[in-house]
Design a protein around this ligand. Structure first.
Ligand SMILES: Cc1ncc(COP(=O)(O)O)c(C=O)c1O
Length: 386
């Protein structure tokens, strides 16, 4: 007997890459050497001191029990200290910080906690898909803010339709940005905070890549005056410490929002495994030097890859942050045509920009989550088919 999916699931944008996935699987089945630059899942291992902290925590008593919904005091305090070292002191670990089972779940659940059906959520486009799907699941309306290269991939807040603003509850931001690699300036955050105050908006800042920068530390949302009064920040240990599979992150900021998301979550999950929270606290307290080393590895990868693409004649701009390279496809081609060419003729997997939203058409995204040698090999193969 066939079963229909619920209407809310049918509202999701269609998955665009079925055919590309099939081709990739076929090449792998034929034993071809496929270089996968498609997914943003760090290849580097979790630093040993964090894995050791987890192993040690496993033998402690009571870690097998249900975690407290709002997480361990130890983890929340380590998060507050981590922010204080980054120019945002004074977050209260008991009311302004809440652990998440990876930041994705918090991002997707936020609208269920804060937005009513029929209200509007302002979402960057191209952008991280759960911002949009979470909005649709809550019966709310996504209003997409195009991110364009000529504006440094920052949304034009003043261009938002005033009628839409009347219904808008949430403004999503994500810097350093996936997929464009762009960073926001301090002035932009100041403008966003003032705009949110003027229009009664909650700013939700996704800062999953805040530590993945190359030369200069990007401006931080919470270091801007008044940010915590209008916003929350979503954070993750996934990218910074190569811990994607551990599923641990947090939300921090406005106490009302933290409490609302916590109340929702206490009906959905039962928190993050206590041993992971313990290791997470140690990662945050002792990991700053280790992240410097990871950054140096990604910087070399970026330079090898972007240097090679530039020599091949592509209009590549090395990203200031994130491990993504967002580049226009050669003139006269669509994103899909170019990415299909790379897959079929060079056996290199990259992601077509329109998969992240319509303004991403004309771009492709590469993830630097593979070794320098493999990236150099990928560049050679790409040059060979241009
Ligand atoms: C922009 C952005 N935010 C959040 C996440 C979620 O990371 P996690 O759920 O592993 O914390 C990702 C993961 O790819 C991302 O790209």
């Amino acid at each position: 007997m066939p079963f229909e999916r619920a209407e809310r699931l049918k509202k999701l944008p269609p998955y665009l890459f079925l055919e590309t996935d099939r081709k990739k699987r076929e090449l792998l089945r034929q034993g071809k050497d496929v270089i996968n630059l498609g997914v943003g899942d760090p290849d580097l291992p979790t630093p040993a001191f964090i894995a050791d902290a987890l192993k040690a925590a496993l033998s402690e008593s009571n870690v097998n029990r249900y975690p407290l919904d709002n997480g361990s005091e130890e983890f929340r305090s380590a998060i507050a200290r981590w922010y204080a070292r980054r120019g945002a002191p004074g977050l209260d670990p008991s009311s302004e910080i809440y652990p998440l089972v990876g930041s994705k779940e918090g991002i997707a659940h936020l609208p269920l906690a804060m937005v009513n059906p029929g209200e509007v959520v302002l979402i960057p486009d191209p952008g991280y898909p759960p911002m949009r799907s979470g909005t649709l699941f809550a019966g709310a309306i996504p209003y997409l803010l195009p991110l364009r290269r000529e504006r440094g991939f920052l949304p034009d807040l003043e261009a938002i339709d005033p009628q839409v603003l009347k219904l808008a509850r949430v403004l999503w931001l994500n810097y350093p940005n996936n997929p464009t690699g762009a960073v926001a300036t301090r002035e932009f955050y100041e403008q966003a905070v003032a705009f949110a105050r003027r229009h009664g908006l909650l700013v939700c800042h996704d800062a999953a890549y805040s530590e993945m920068y190359y030369d200069q530390r990007p401006a931080s949302f919470f270091s801007v005056e008044g940010a915590k009064e209008v916003g929350v920040e979503f954070h993750s240990l996934s990218k910074t410490y190569s811990m994607c599979g551990w599923r641990v992150g947090w939300v921090a900021g406005h106490a009302d929002v933290v409490a609302a998301l916590g109340a929702l979550k206490s009906n959905l999950d039962s928190g993050v495994f206590m041993a992971i929270q313990r290791a997470g606290a140690i990662a945050l307290d002792r990991g700053d030097a280790e992240i410097d080393a990871l950054r140096a590895i990604y910087r070399r990868r970026r330079d090898v890859f972007c240097g090679g693409l530039a020599r091949a004649g592509l209009d590549v701009q090395p990203p200031p942050a994130t491990f993504y390279v967002w580049t226009p496809v050669p003139a006269g081609m669509t994103s899909l045509a170019f990415c299909t060419l790379l897959l079929e003729k060079a056996h290199v997997v990259v992601t077509p920009g329109h998969g992240f939203g319509a303004p991403g058409e004309g771009f492709f995204r590469v993830s630097l989550t593979t070794s320098e040698d493999r990236l150099a090999q990928a560049v050679e193969r790409i040059r060979g088919v241009l």
